[in-house]
Design a protein around this ligand. Structure first.
Ligand code: SF4
Length: 419
């Protein structure tokens, strides 16, 4: 199958070891056997008494995982931040999950589209070679990960109960991306504009519309939404009280490290987490630091303007959204079966969540203006959660997105935290 790559994205591994310290690595039975047969011992630097592989789940749904060291990093990560399997047996000997990261392959009719996980800091900063120049390697990787039935995967619904063929589904995707790519407006206003016309899409029935007529309708909806945009971010007003509460709970999920598979378990941790969630829901006093990168800052401080989004960060957020949209990493199989409209709303909420976390980082360093690096760090933190933690696809998370939309708070949240 043809593979479509994001032309605006560069990437190469810069050995930061972030992925090896923050993700749990699921492996197949074959990979488990291969790793066991490699005969790892303490002489290789494996901590005494720890098996290299562990198994979890009931007998009918067993899952094999690479084990972690007590600090939460992969058992194969050495002191220099390098992979012991790679060093001893070469890259092909590593589990497929490690070799695929940070790419994600998604079926899109008669092709496969590639998205990128921005939990990798090199992806956020666009460091490395263009993906287009790495086509050959990505095609080889694609052969290993794209299942044979990919061509038969149906498109996600456009909205609840409304489906179209792949060709037309990709017209919606292309129109969203075109709007996001138009840099005559800041990213937050482009996002607001797409959210506006998707409201009309949600109300429409597309049964008799396809091809050129659908394209024309989408263009009209986009133009109408664009002409109605008020460029004054303050004019959107403050999100509602209920909206702010739900949004803080969402941010708490995005900022939690233990949603990324790192074993921070235990009763004490759960009690601590419950208390932290209570503080997030109240939104008073100081924000409890959910990871070591955060410090306690007043909730009220984060609600104040932070000087807008720096240009460099605008580019990062734009690229983030475009890569996720074009790579279909926001709906369908890649996002818990959600429709294009609901999945895009959930993706749009990542932007204010990132800006909230970026403000938290900036306030922790006693700055009252955002820097691009705050946003870069916040994107990497938030993207660990979005679409990957089961919590981001839970019933509660989906209904939160729907309620925020009914309150018309998604657009307000985007504007409010872009000030
Ligand atoms: S096996 Fe190697 S590449 Fe994979 S998570 Fe462990 S250290 Fe990282």
């Amino acid at each position: 199958m043809k593979i479509e790559l994001p032309t605006i994205q560069n990437w190469n591994c810069h050995s930061c070891a972030g992925c090896c310290t923050q993700h749990e690595v699921a492996i197949t039975e074959q990979e488990r056997q291969r790793i066991v047969d490699q005969g790892w011992t303490t002489a290789d630097g494996i901590p005494e008494g720890l098996p290299v592989v562990k198994t979890k789940g009931p007998p009918w749904a067993r899952q094999h995982l690479l084990n972690w060291k007590p600090d939460g990093s992969c058992i194969f990560l050495d002191d220099k931040g390098l992979c012991r399997i790679h060093a001893k047996f070469g890259e092909p000997a590593k589990p497929l999950a490690c070799r695929v990261y940070p790419y994600a392959f998604h079926p899109a009719g008669n092709k496969v589209v590639v998205s990128v996980r921005f939990s990798c800091p090199s992806a956020v900063e666009n460091k490395g070679r263009s993906l287009v120049d790495q086509r050959k390697d990505l095609e080889e990787l694609g052969k290993e990960v794209v299942p044979e039935f990919a061509q038969n995967v149906p498109p996600p619904p456009v909205s609840r109960g409304e489906t179209v063929e792949w060709r037309d589904f990709l017209r919606f995707v292309g129109n969203i991306e075109d709007d996001l790519a138009d840099d005559s407006l800041p990213v937050s206003l482009r996002l607001v504009s797409v959210l506006s016309w998707l409201k009309d899409v949600e109300r429409a029935k597309f049964g008799t519309l396809d091809g050129k007529s659908l394209e024309e309708l989408l263009l009209l909806l986009r133009q109408a939404a664009r002409s109605e945009i008020d460029e004054d971010l303050e004019s959107f007003g403050r999100p509602t009280r209920m909206g702010r509460l739900m949004f803080r709970l969402l941010v708490a999920n995005y900022a939690r490290r233990d949603t990324q598979g790192v074993n921070t378990g235990g009763l004490r941790h759960r009690i601590w987490l419950f208390r932290a969630a209570t503080r997030f829901s109240l939104g008073r006093g100081n924000v409890p630091p959910l990871q070591s990168v955060f410090t306690e800052v007043p909730f009220a401080r984060i609600e104040e303007p932070f000087g807008g989004i720096p240009d460099e960060a605008d580019e990062m957020l734009t690229r983030y959204l475009r890569v996720k949209v074009r790579g279909l990493q926001f709906c369908g199989r890649a996002f818990f079966g959600e429709s294009l409209v609901d999945g895009f709303r959930a993706l749009a909420l990542v932007v204010p969540a990132v800006l909230w976390v970026a403000r938290w980082l900036a306030a922790g360093e006693e700055r009252d203006r955002l820097e691009a690096n705050d946003v870069a760090r916040a994107i990497a933190i938030a993207d660990h959660f979005h679409a990957y933690s089961p919590a981001s696809g839970s019933r509660a998370a989906r209904s939160r997105v729907r309620i925020l939309e009914q309150l018309d708070d998604i657009r307000r949240l985007v504007a409010w935290y872009s000030r």
